[in-house]
Design a protein around this ligand. Sequence first.
Ligand code: 8YV
Length: 327
Amino acid sequence: MSRPRVYVTRRLPQPALDIIRPVADVTLWDREDVPPPREVLLREVTQVDGLLTLLTDRIDGEVMDAARRLKVVSNFAVGFDNIDIPVATKHRIVVTNTPEVLTETVADFAFCLMLAAARRLVEADQYTRAGSWKTWEPLLLAGQDVHRATLGLIGLGRIGSAVARRAAGFEMRVMYYDPFRREDLEQNLHIDYRPFPDVLRQADFISVHVPLSEQTRHLIGREQFALMKPTAVFVNTSRGPVVDQQALTEALAARRIFAAGIDVFEREPVPAGDPLLVQENVIVAPHIASASVPTRIRMATLAAENLVTVLQGKRPPNPVNPEVLNG
Ligand code: 8YV
C-alpha cells in the first residue's frame, strides 16, 4: 500500500511535522504569514488523504467535492466553524479539533483583556511613553475595579469554566448564561445561572465563550449592549461574528459601556480603517488568545496526532464528527 499523502496549510512547529513525516508524505504551504490561496488548496486537496488546516482555510463543499481520497481534516484550533461539518460527514471525512490543550491559555488571555481594559493599561502605556505625564492627577486614567466585581460569562464550556476559576482569586461574584444549563458545575465553581438578559444587566464584566453557529451569530447586538451597565467591560475571545461589531463600536463611541477587550473580529484580519479601531476605550488583539509558545506547540502536535491516527486507521483523540468512525 502506498504511503498516505497530506497537505499542511501553514508552516508548523517542528515537533508536529516530526509526528507526521514517519507516517505520511507531507506537502507544506511553507509560509507563516499567509494561508494558501484558494486555487492552491483546491488543487492540493485532489492529491491527498489528509489535510491539516487552520481557521483561515475554508473547507466547504467545493473543497471536499474536489477531493478524491480525503479521509481526514485536522483543524489546528478548538473552533471548527471554518469547516462544513455536515458535508464532511456526508463525504465520510473525519474532522478533528484541538480542545483542552488551549483552555487555560485562552482563559488567561480573557482575564488579561478584562484587567487591561478595566485599568486602561494600553492608554496608560501610550500616555507615559508619549511624555504626556506632567503631574499627578486624582482621576488620571482611572478605571474600574476587577476585584469583588460581578463577572457574567456567556457560555460555560471548558474555557468559560476556566475563567470562572480565575475569578475566584479576585473574589468576584460569577454568574453565567448558557443555553445548556450546567447545574453540575454551579456548586463546584460557586457560580449562579441567570437568564441571558439578567447576566447582561447585572454583570460588571461580560466575557463571551460560545462557539460560532447559526444560533450564536450576532448573539450580542444593539439590544444586548443597551442592557449593560455604563461601567461594564466587555470581552470577546470566542469568534468575531458572535458580536455585532457595528453595535459594539456604537456602544463604545456613545460610552454606553465603559470599555472592551477584543481578540476576534467579524472580518479577520480587521481592516485598518475599521471604525472600532479608533475608539479609545477598546483594547484590540489579532486573535492571539491561545498564543503562548507551549500551547501553540501542544495544539500543533495534537493536530498532527489527530491526523496520523486517522491515516493509520485508528480512532483519533478528538473527532468532531465521530459518527464517521462508527459507521
Ligand atoms: C487559534 C482559535 O488561534 O482554537 C481556536 O479555535 O481560535 C485559536 O486558538 C486559531 O484557531 C489557530 O488556527
